[in-house]
Design a protein around this ligand. Sequence first.
Ligand SMILES: Nc1nc2c(ncn2[C@@H]2O[C@H](COP(=O)(O)OP(=O)(O)O)[C@@H](O)[C@H]2O)c(=O)[nH]1
Ligand SMILES: [Mg+2]
Length: 366
Amino acid sequence: MLALEIFAQQSSADTTPRILLALTAFVLIFGIAVVVMGRRKSGQSKVADAVEIVMPTATLDSSQVAAVGVREKLSRVRSTFSGAVANALIRSSITQETWDELEEALLRADVGVATTTRVLAPLRDLVKAKKIVQPSELLAALQSEMTAQLSNSARELNFDLSLNAPNIWLVVGINGAGKTTTIGKLSAQQGKLGRTVLMAAGDTFRAAAGDQLETWAQRTGAEIVRGDDGGDPSSVVFDGVARATAKKIDLVLADTAGRLQNNSNLMEELTKVRRVADKGGGKVTEVLLVIDATTGQNGLVQAKQFSLATQVTGVVLTKLDGSAKGGIVFAIETELQIPVKLVGLGETIDDLVAFNAGEFVAALFA
Ligand SMILES: Nc1nc2c(ncn2[C@@H]2O[C@H](COP(=O)(O)OP(=O)(O)O)[C@@H](O)[C@H]2O)c(=O)[nH]1
Ligand SMILES: [Mg+2]
């Protein structure tokens, strides 16, 4: 506009061509801008349409409403996984690339080679038999096949009501996996169920471990039995069970040390802790192996070793909130036959939830 005014103030004879030139330039720039914006918009809607075709429609029934929080906390694994699967199914037909990309998506999420093969094999058969033709049908079949891989496990925490003595839950796993935090969260949950809890500070290897557990005991109104730093963890657990028996406390949550699993002393020590725990007044009804989901397939190796030493009865998969590798759930369950019973979804006291296979798989695809 300013340019036009300046032109207008000058004599018409020599400004007319300039005005024409300015107007032409203005029209040209405006035209290019309109075309570019138009292209961008249509590009966006193409991607959005394609994604819409392959994504399942999100329906929430009342049982799933509570799961919304879980789904949000699983956002990292969800976005990685559902994004990759959507890409694999973006084609108009099912091709070799579809299978390659699906396989890659499953492996990236740490589902593991054996489980990936097991999940995809029945789907390949269905496509061969022409029972599945559309990529969108494949998505639904994949989801139900993955749920089926997980649905057989008994996931309740074992608490023997008929015992006239404390139930003992041993918590094992490598350093930093989340054992102590899980005990704190579990104590809060079990307290809400009306059970009295005693914590046994069996991680005598790290000086700070006892203090950390003590903080959780205070927060959740649990008793605690501690030993000397560097002392014998078996005797701490034994003392804890004795105190719980004397005071008629329902549940002993026993923390343990977690130096690296390739330290055979640790495995020997845990074997002994388990044996001694059963010798007193109570009974070990649960051995929970805590695995950090962010460690991916390493978790499997750990699980094997800990299971040999302590007869693990259930897995607590922690840090699923920050992991893109939640597929480890499938590998643990199908390859080791150990049920994932609980998942950790954050650092606060409420961030431990019962694992629900259907909800988990739905969250992966949401
Ligand atoms: N984001 C997240 N952090 C967790 C979870 N569980 C434990 N942590 C954190 O992991 C760290 C190690 O936990 P800790 O209980 O001390 O592990 P331990 O060595 O096995 O006893 C702490 O900073 C915890 O707050 C979880 O489910 N999600
Ligand atoms: Mg600890």
